[in-house]
Design a protein around this ligand. Structure first.
Ligand SMILES: Cc1cc2nc3c(=O)[nH]c(=O)nc-3n(C[C@H](O)[C@H](O)[C@H](O)COP(=O)(O)OP(=O)(O)OC[C@H]3O[C@@H](n4cnc5c(N)ncnc54)[C@H](O)[C@@H]3O)c2cc1C
Length: 306
């Protein structure tokens, strides 16, 4: 219930204005977002790579409605990829891209063209791109764009969401040689017709999907902070004899950093998803919806008079 309310607020421009202008919002944002500019992204990446982690960077933005915004997002990624290459941070750092930030909602071809330009820049920088997955109305379109991109850029990663009923079948389709697939629970508010509603059903689906990916020929990327699912992931790695170079764990910036360090120390490949940029509102609201414990902190920030 609370989760639905927060996800509804994520779509409200009035709530967005209230949140953006609250005095302590910056403190909350800083827990989850590396900063506003490319320099902030590089600084965070350097620190994480120095700690033995790998990184995927998300230049924040989504639901773009104008072609100029899509161009600006594409250019942000091109600048970032050049900077990562010059700083010697590739291939440890790659990028995560939302097609909606590249214009998918109003022109799928435009989003594809921009995504392709980002893939070319990633190739030149010696790294890869992963296409984030958004709400279920975009799944088919995103998988179509992915399959077109993979013709010239086979390292392009997919994301599949365990809460969708279709995902086990999508995992089977994508568990092929060289195919990088991030498996996450899913962060949007979805109807029962397409998505499991209870945490238990989502977790069970996650395990079924993980079994398909870990037993398949591709490169699974297990994105979760859930201790039970991480333990099952470690178990499946032993069972299917997958070493550090053949799958990875992924977690979000600022969430369970001690667990990220523990997995690195245990010899696993761990990738931290690092968002940066000033379009942080939708991202922040999804993080709050996932973990109501963060709300107390956030509430204090909103109500503060300073
Ligand atoms: C790298 C990465 C990329 C992602 N990309 C996408 C994407 O493209 N599309 C999409 O829809 N979603 C994406 N997500 C978000 C994902 O779908 C989930 O919404 C999010 O990861 C929360 O689910 P969870 O697996 O961590 O489990 P949850 O059910 O949120 O949490 C399970 C358990 O994990 C532990 N836990 C969780 N958060 C914390 C915390 N802050 N501190 C301490 N313990 C905690 C607790 O024990 C909790 O009970 C991504 C997530 C990650 C990690």
């Amino acid at each position: 219930m609370l989760r639905s309310v927060i996800l509804a607020a994520a779509r409200s421009s009035q709530v967005e204005r209230l949140v953006e202008t609250a005095p302590y919002t910056r403190d909350v944002v800083r827990r989850f977002v590396a900063g506003a500019g490319t320099d902030d992204a590089l600084r965070a990446t350097r620190g994480l790579v120095g700690d033995g982690l790998t990184v995927t960077l998300d230049y924040l933005g989504e639901d773009t409605v104008k072609p100029e915004q899509a161009v600006a997002t594409r250019d942000g990624y091109l600048t970032l990829l050049r900077a990562l290459r010059e700083a010697g941070l590739t291939p440890a750092a790659e990028v995560s891209v939302k097609l909606s930030a590249l214009g998918q909602k109003f022109d799928e071809q435009l989003a594809y063209d921009h995504a392709r330009a980002i893939c070319v820049a990633a190739d030149e920088a010696g790294t890869t791109v992963t296409l984030d997955m958004e709400d279920h109305t975009t799944t088919d379109s995103t998988l179509d764009v992915l399959s077109k991109l993979r013709k010239d850029h086979p390292g392009t990663g997919a994301v599949l969401q365990a809460y969708l009923r279709r995902t086990e079948a999508d995992c089977r389709d994508l568990a092929t040689a060289g195919s990088r697939v991030r498996l996450c629970k899913g962060a949007y508010r979805e109807p029962e017709s397409v998505a499991y509603q209870s945490a238990r059903d989502v977790d069970r689906s996650y395990v079924r999907c993980m079994n398909v990916l870990m037993s398949g020929a591709g490169y699974p990327m297990l994105a979760t902070h859930d201790p039970r699912l991480i333990a099952i992931g470690e178990d499946r790695a032993r069972w299917f004899d997958r070493g550090p170079g053949s799958f990875e764990f992924q977690m979000l910036y600022g969430i369970r950093p001690e667990e990220q360090a523990r997995l690195v120390a245990a010899g696993y490949t761990v990738r931290t998803y690092v968002p940066y940029g000033d379009q942080w509102y939708g991202y922040l609201m999804r993080r709050l919806a996932e973990r109501p414990a963060n709300l107390a902190f956030f509430g204090r920030a909103l109500l503060s008079r300073k």
